[in-house]
Design a protein around this ligand. Structure first.
Ligand code: SF4
Length: 213
């Protein structure tokens, strides 16, 4: 059984898969409280559902790309059989995780999109740095940047851990409505940082407050 906040079909917005139709399975609960969190409704709202029931709903969308997200999806034990079953069904599976829970048991073929929390989130002390050692060539890393201090933190982590050569992509994403994307882009260009400046695409397609997109 898993506690599910929502399952929906939308456009992937926050990785190198951005722009592709995708089914999202959002799991309830998170043990972080990032200052800029845009899914606080996933902290508590949700219903217990069986694996079969979840897979049936995903199947109905007939979409080859599925993202398991939250909340923090790695808090629920049954997320592992969920990912295995989605892979067995032939889907490309993305896992969006906050970076503070170990990725050691994430199935090999899953594409992990690993957040590294910057100081502006208020949660950078919780980063599990061993997750960076576990990165596989198809995994991606994301830094949500609120200000210059966050940018410099991200730049240092990217450089120190050689992330650009160890992951499929490294994203720096401005906090929507707070960090100016042009300013962030100019910092990246000035430093020749080997990253992708990433916008949350769905927030430009739909109203930023819209849920289920
Ligand atoms: S880890 Fe994700 S869901 Fe949890 S508080 Fe941070 S942004 Fe929100």
């Amino acid at each position: 059984m898993l506690t599910i906040n929502e399952i929906f079909y939308s456009v992937q917005g926050e990785s190198s898969y951005a722009g592709r139709p995708c089914v999202f399975v959002r799991l309830t609960a998170c043990d972080l409280r990032c200052s800029w969190c845009d899914t606080p409704y996933a902290f508590h709202e949700g219903a217990k559902r069986s694996l079969e029931n979840i897979l049936e709903e995903v199947e109905a969308f007939a979409c080859p790309l599925v993202e398991v997200t939250g909340g923090e999806p790695l808090l629920q034990e049954d997320v592992y059989p969920l990912m295995e079953r989605l892979l067995e069904d032939g889907r490309t599976v993305l896992l969006e995780t906050g970076g503070h829970r170990s990725t050691a048991r994430v199935p090999e073929r899953v594409v992990t999109i690993l957040d590294v929390k910057c100081p502006g989130s208020g949660e950078s002390g919780k980063n599990d740095w061993s997750n960076l050692d576990r990165l596989r060539p198809h995994d991606e890393v994301k830094f949500v940047v609120k200000d210059r201090a966050d940018y410099e933190y991200a730049r240092d982590v990217i450089t120190r851990h050689d992330l650009a050569t160890r992951a499929a992509a490294v994203h720096v994403s401005p906090v929507h409505g707070v960090m100016n994307v042009r300013t962030l882009s100019e910092w990246v260009l000035a430093d020749k940082l080997p990253v992708r400046v990433q916008l949350q695409l769905h927030k430009y397609i739909w109203d930023p407050a819209t849920r289920g997109v």
